[in-house]
Design a protein around this ligand. Structure first.
Ligand code: MF3
Ligand code: CO
Ligand code: CO
Length: 255
């Protein structure tokens, strides 16, 4: 097993799928409001993905039952959209979407919130976004994958947070989860070397309290913080280029 170097044709396919996933996260904003269920949002996401000729990658993935992951408050990741989960004032949540378009995968997630949230909560969200960006800044040919996790964990710990280590970023593009595992805590200069044509995610999960995750024993998916404190996450799919990095799931023009 090794890290795939994608061909130009594969890269164009992965880029299209990634752009679709990014557009889903923009599109869904218009439907987010107090009182709607996470299943309602998931249904809209599924319809949009199918309307664009793609398939939601999470649906049926190792038995996952929905087209997106929607993870509220103390849920770290893999929250299952449900009619029982109704959004209310003060909720913060991550929506994670992975698309399969013409056989290629794009994977991205971001944070949303309802109404007013405390300054400390806003800081967690903003600092988590900064963690993703610190990771992205490490993406360039010749650099070591470990420097992504080194940069993220150094910043997160300095701000008083913990970094989830039980879930990682991953190679993505021709399959949902490819090599390598992209760790969000790592030693400086550890791990494999980045090369042009590699595509993978960075998706730090940052906690206000302890780092440990506990998976719900009833549904087998929902991963929560063990202390019930808040967790935030952002994710992009990246391409290593000769010049550095291309953020394939970015649709805002920010990068
Ligand atoms: N999209 C998630 C990731 O970033 C994976 C979700 S797998 C699922 O890797 F089965 F929970 F949907
Ligand atoms: Co991912
Ligand atoms: Co994802």
């Amino acid at each position: 097993m090794s890290i795939l170097i994608k061909t130009p044709e594969q890269i164009e396919g992965i880029r299209k799928s990634s752009q679709l996933a990014g557009n889903v996260l923009q599109m869904i904003k218009g439907y987010i409001k107090e009182g709607v269920s996470t299943e309602y949002l998931d249904n809209i996401i599924e319809e949009y993905i199918r309307d664009h000729g793609a398939v939601p990658a999470t649906l049926g993935y190792h038995g996952f039952p929905k087209s997106s992951c929607i993870s509220l408050n103390e849920v770290i990741c893999h929250g299952i959209p449900s009619t029982d989960t109704i959004l209310k004032e003060g909720d913060i949540f991550n929506i994670d979407v992975t698309t399969i378009l013409d056989g290629y995968y794009g994977d991205t997630s971001k944070m949303y919130w309802i109404g007013d949230i405390p300054e400390k909560t806003q800081k967690l969200i903003d600092d988590t976004y900064h963690c993703l960006n610190l990771g992205i800044q490490q993406v360039k040919p010749g650099n070591k994958f470990g420097n992504i996790g080194f940069a993220i964990s150094r910043y997160a710990k300095a701000k008083g947070y913990s970094v989830v280590y039980e879930f990682c970023g991953h190679g993505v593009g021709c399959d949902f989860h490819e090599e390598p595992q992209v760790e969000h805590i790592a030693r400086k200069n550890s791990g494999p070397t980045m090369q042009p044509g590699m595509t993978f995610t960075i998706e730090p999960m940052i906690n206000q309290g302890k780092s440990r995750a506990k998976v719900d024993k009833h549904d087998g998916w929902t991963a929560r913080t063990i202390d019930g404190k808040l967790s935030a996450q952002y994710e992009h799919t990246l391409l290593v280029t000769d010049a550095g990095v291309d953020v394939l799931t970015d649709v805002s023009g920010e990068y």
